[in-house]
Design a protein around this ligand. Structure first.
Ligand code: PRE
Length: 377
C-alpha cells in the first residue's frame, strides 16, 4: 500500500542553507531578550534555516508555564526581521492558526498531543483551508501510525501541499533511557508508505537530555531523514521549560559540524557494482530462507492435524524450550546476536501457533473468528 498524498518537495518550500534542514530555537519563547539573543546566535552559525519557538505550550498538568502567548508572536516577527530567519510555531487550535498567520509565521507544526486527536486536527485543517503555508505534523504520543497518517491526510485534504512529518518519539509505559521511545520502525514505515514525504527528526524530545542528541541526530540522518528540529536556548540552565534537553547555539553549531552527511545513493561505479553483487547474494539467501520457512510451516501444519486428531494441545512448552536453548546456543556459535535470534524464533513459534489454531478451528484464523464474533455482538 502506498499513501496517496499530494505534496511538494521540501526544497521547493524551504531555502535550506545547509543540508540537512536545521530548525532550532527555544522550547518556549520566554522574554523578548531571550528569543532575540538566541535567534541572533543561531543565525550567526549560518547552519540554521528556520527559527522555532513555542508560544502556546500544551502542558500535561495545569499550573505549569503554558506559554507566553500572543506577545511572543511579536518577538518572533522582530527576530525574523533582524535575522532573516523564517519562523515556525506549534498550533493546537483554529485561534492559534489565525493568530500565527496574522503574525506572518512561515511554518506551522502540529504537536504530538494534537495529532492524537482527530477532532483537533480537523479543526486546524478547517482553519487552514485556502491558506498556502508549510505544515509539519509530529507523530502522535502513542505509537499508532494510522493516527499520524490520518493527520497528514486531513491537512493535505485541506489543500496544504507543503507538508512534512516530524518524528519526536512515542510515550511508553516501560522505563526507558529515552524521554520518548524513538521506535524508528514507525518512521521507516511512514517513509516506505510515502517516500516523497519529508521526515524531520526531533532529537530533543526523543532524548529528553542533551547528552544523547548527537547520537540520535546522526542516526536520523543515516535513516535518510531530511532534517532535524533541535531546541536551543541562550542559557539552557535557566530555561522555563525542558531545560535538560536544550542546547546553546554554540553547542548546536558544534553538533552540526560533527554530523557525517551520507547520501542515499552513490555515483561511484565501483561502489554500485560491489553493492549490486552483494545484494544478489542477499537475494539468494533470502530466497532460501523463505523457502525453508515455508517448508517448516508445512510440517507445522501436519503436526497440527495430528494434534487435532489425537486431542493434544498446541503449545508444547518443553519442546519450545528445547528449540530456544538449542537455537540460542547455535546462534552464539554463529556469532549472531542473541536478542535478535530469540525474537526471530519467537516470531516463528507464534506463527506456528497461529497456523495450528486455525487447524483446530476448521481453518478459520483468530482474526476471522474475532471479526465474526464482533459482527454478532
Ligand atoms: O513440536 C511441535 O509440537 C510443534 O507443533 C512445532 C512447534 C514449532 O513451531 O516448532 C510449534 C508449537 C509448539 O509449542 C512447539 C513447537
Amino acid at each position: 500500500m502506498k499513501l496517496n498524498l499530494n505534496i511538494q518537495p521540501l526544497s521547493s518550500w524551504i531555502n535550506v542553507k545547509n543540508e540537512p534542514l536545521i530548525i532550532s530555537g527555544p522550547c518556549s519563547a520566554e522574554t523578548e531578550d531571550q528569543l532575540l539573543s538566541t535567534a541572533h546566535l543561531l543565525a550567526a552559525t549560518g547552519k540554521v534555516s528556520v527559527l522555532r519557538a513555542g508560544i502556546w505550550k500544551p502542558r500535561t498538568r495545569p499550573g505549569e508555564f503554558e506559554g507566553i502567548g500572543s506577545i511572543g508572536l511579536e518577538w518572533l516577527k522582530k527576530a525574523k526581521a533582524e535575522t532573516g530567519l523564517p519562523t515556525a510555531v506549534e498550533v493546537a487550535n483554529a485561534k492559534h492558526v489565525e493568530e500565527a498567520l496574522a503574525a506572518g509565521v512561515d511554518i506551522l507544526w502540529i504537536g504530538a498531543r494534537s495529532t492524537a486527536n482527530p477532532f483537533t486536527v480537523q479543526e486546524i485543517a478547517d482553519a487552514l483551508k485556502g491558506v498556502d503555508i508549510p505544515v509539519l505534523i509530529k507523530n502522535p504520543v502513542n505509537p499508532d501510525i494510522s493516527l499520524w497518517i490520518g493527520a497528514l491526510e486531513r491537512i493535505n485534504n485541506a489543500g496544504i501541499t507543503k507538508l512534512g512529518a516530524i518524528h519526536r518519539g512515542f510515550s511508553s509505559y516501560e522505563k526507558s533511557s529515552f524521554r520518548n521511545e524513538p521506535m524508528w520502525e514507525l518512521a521507516i514505515q511512514l517513509k516506505t508508505l510515502c517516500p516523497e514525504l519529508p521526515i524531520i527528526n526531533d532529537p530533543s524530545h526523543i532524548c529528553g537530555n542533551r547528552e544523547l542528541i548527537p547520537y540520535i541526530s546522526q542516526k536520523a540522518l543515516d535513516l535518510d531523514m531530511q532534517g532535524l528540529m533541535i531546541e536551543s536556548h541562550i542559557d539552557p540552565s535557566v530555561a522555563w521549560t525542558d531545560a535538560k534537553q536544550q542546547v546553546t547555539p554554540a553547542a548546536l553549531e558544534e553538533l552540526i559540524a560533527k554530523l557525517s552527511l551520507r547520501d542515499p545513493e552513490s555515483n561511484n561505479e565501483a561502489f554500485a557494482d560491489k553493492l549490486a553483487e552483494l545484494r544478489k547474494q542477499i537475494d539468494k539467501i533470502d530466497d532460501v530462507m523463505l523457502q525453508k520457512l515455508s517448508e517448516r510451516m508445512a510440517i507445522v501444519e501436519k503436526i497440527g492435524q495430528y494434534k487435532r486428531d489425537s486431542k493434544v494441545t498446541i503449545l508444547q512448552v518443553n519442546r519450545w524450550d528445547e528449540i530456544l536453548k538449542k537455537g540460542t546456543a547455535f546462534a552464539k556459535a554463529l556469532k549472531l546476536d542473541l536478542g535478535f535470534t530469540e525474537k526471530f524464533l519467537e516470531l516463528v513459534h507464534a506463527e506456528s501457533i497461529r497456523k495450528q489454531t486455525a487447524i483446530m478451528n476448521e481453518g478459520k484464523t483468530e482474526e476471522e473468528i474475532v471479526e465474526a464474533a464482533a459482527a454478532k455482538a
